[in-house]
Design a protein around this ligand. Sequence first.
Ligand code: ADP
Length: 366
Amino acid sequence: MEEDKPLILIIDDEESMRDSCSLILAREKLATLTADNGALGIRTAQESKPDLCLIDLKIPGLSGFEVLDQIKAIDPHIICIVITGYATVESAVEAMRRGAYDFLPKPFTPEELRIIIRRGLERRRLFLEAESLRREKKLMEENFITLVSHQLRSPLVAIAQYFEVILGGIVKDENTKAEMLSKAKNRVEGLLDLINDWLDIARMNAGQIIDNLKPFSITSLLQQQMEFYTPSAEEKGIHLTLDPPEGSDRVRGDSESLEQVFSNLISNAIKYNVKGGSIRLHSRGEETWIAVTVSDTGMGIPEEHLPYLFDQFYRVKRSESEKQKGSGLGLSIALKIVEAHKGRIEVSSTPGKGSTFAVYLPKAVG
Ligand code: ADP
């Protein structure tokens, strides 16, 4: 169901009925399609996957029951409401037995139609919501298997090997031992970062973010992030600047989770930058969005990687000299947060020149 406009298919042979129902539903901000016979109704349902079908049981050609059966066969979760003639309780009961959600006896008032459609759409919304949670949970489980089998297992195997070599007395030289211990420590730190990122994802609750949306100035958030990251940028000789905002800089967002988005983007811009490079933060107020960009003059990202960059655990393969520690989760966390704001995030990059990540957030009204 398109979020703001559910689609209703009206199957009825009477033109006046189709027109009046369409009109009433259009006023409810619903999209409608109509069909004047059963075969066309089924075809339209197949092609357009409506959220709800309003089916007159008495139509010429295919019977309303057959239409109902076939639409239920296309997708059992399309809500079907049948329109029944005068005093035909039996057919209403039969329709319900065949999977109709409810029935509307003729004649009915616009209000009766609105009420029954609203109820049907609410049922559909609950179903779609449960479905998306189920999908999310499945994805999380699949990714959890990747996490344990690859991301956690290989560093642990490496650490165990270092310990075995040292404890087995194979290396005698103290310097070599210290070097191995320091490598093992690095792998442990990497594991901790990975687990913390993973926990961030698991804890992130889009509903909670939506409940916390408040208007605030994105410039002050960027300013704080800039102050926080300046020391580590300077260590690499990287210059971090924040341009004055162009137009409004007030977003409607959850500042805590947006801090994490920009923290991930800025730390990547430092991590994948070059010595002596620079990073520019900029915000521009548009009609409905505030566009915030984080641009760097770093190593860039080859085009073939761009479609997968926001996937969990996806990391661009880098040459030895360009290798950096990371979990491959930072951008997927950023994307999840931005999507919970109903915003979007885009990337453009030229290998060897740098990358720009643009985050579009809803503008605060008033
Ligand atoms: P991580 O940095 O932990 O690998 P991310 O999800 O933050 O994970 O980033 C995914 C990949 O995208 C990184 O491995 C890196 O190669 C690439 N990337 C992200 N940001 C930049 C950037 N500013 N410049 C170049 N490459 C980047």
